[in-house]
Design a protein around this ligand. Structure first.
Ligand SMILES: [Zn+2]
Length: 288
């Protein structure tokens, strides 16, 4: 993946996939407004990287280590005092430790929460490692304020922007929004005929394809946010919270990635003139 690029949810999935296939970058900046989401996101990413099948299987020894609260190849850099990360925090917690090879995994992962707390000396110490990282080193910088990081750190990292925006949900008129939320809510547990009816309703003239696709992305985004952090205060489609909560429990990450990939495909096909109703039907069937 390109370094230094700002990426959205779509790129995030590519990043997950790259990690799962075993070709991660050496540094990521996971940025966003909500620390709980950043933590949830990084925890999932870590599990993908350390899992023995790179699948976050939940069953292998690595996944079990993580579930039990610790993995020998996962190091969290915790500052001595909250509010500032000093050069010794980085030097001892990361730079020196990274010269020791991983114990049992292909990677050794370092997590720096509140990366914006690093002072300039700490950032410079980190920079040296970023210039010549060992092959197994992966650094995750979690940050609510990336602007506080040196441009040289940013340019050597892959930026992942977490869960920002509602994919235009706010711009859909209220009445349509309500109807879309009702249709999406009905998808889980309906039958083939129900999926067909819902797809026909979505393809009706009063919904533009970008409203439907944007709405679906917002829907999935909310499910991901609930799955990652359980936090309800940042949910966009608030009127559908119970249905979103159920979906967050039911869907696996694999299913979510498949739905998002299918949403991209549907969007492309619709814009090249394919009948939207068919695409919606395929998508909804996948979401059922
Ligand atoms: Zn596993």
């Amino acid at each position: 993946m390109e370094t230094g690029a700002a990426v959205n949810d779509r790129m995030l999935r590519a990043c997950f996939a790259a990690a799962a296939k075993g070709a991660p970058s050496h540094a990521y900046i996971i940025e966003g407004e909500d620390e709980r989401i950043l933590r949830g996101l990084s925890d999932y990413f870590i599990q993908l990287l350390l899992c023995e099948s790179h699948d976050a299987c939940g069953k292998c020894p690595s996944c079990r280590f993580l579930a039990e609260g610790g993995h020998p190849d996962l190091i969290r850099v915790v500052p001595e005092k909250p509010g500032v990360i000093k050069v010794d925090d980085i030097r001892i917690g990361l730079v020196e430790d990274m010269s020791i090879r991983p114990y049992r995994s292909r990677y050794k992962i370092y997590v720096v929460e509140h990366a914006e707390w690093m002072n300039v000396q700490a950032q410079n110490a980190l920079l040296k490692t970023l210039e010549e990282p060992p092959s197994y080193g992966v650094i995750l910088l979690l940050s609510c304020n990336t602007e506080a990081l040196l441009p040289t750190i940013i340019s050597r990292s892959v930026r992942l922007k977490a869960m920002s925006g509602g994919h235009g949900w706010e711009r859909i008129p209220e009445e349509e929004r309500y109807r879309l939320a009702r249709i999406f809510t009905g998808i889980r547990g309906t039958d083939t005929a129900g999926i067909h009816t819902a797809a026909e309703q979505l393809a009706a003239d009063d919904f533009a394809p970008d409203q439907v696709i944007g709405g679906l992305r917002t829907w999935i985004r909310d499910i991901m946010a609930l799955k990652l952090s359980g936090a309800e205060d940042r949910i966009v489609i608030r009127e559908a919270l119970p249905a979103l909560r159920t979906a967050a429990e039911d869907y696996t990450w694999k299913q979510i990635n498949a739905i998002l990939a299918m949403t991209d495909t549907a969007e492309g096909r619709i814009s090249s003139g394919v009948n939207p109703a068919w695409q919606y039907e395929l998508l909804l069937a996948r979401m059922r």
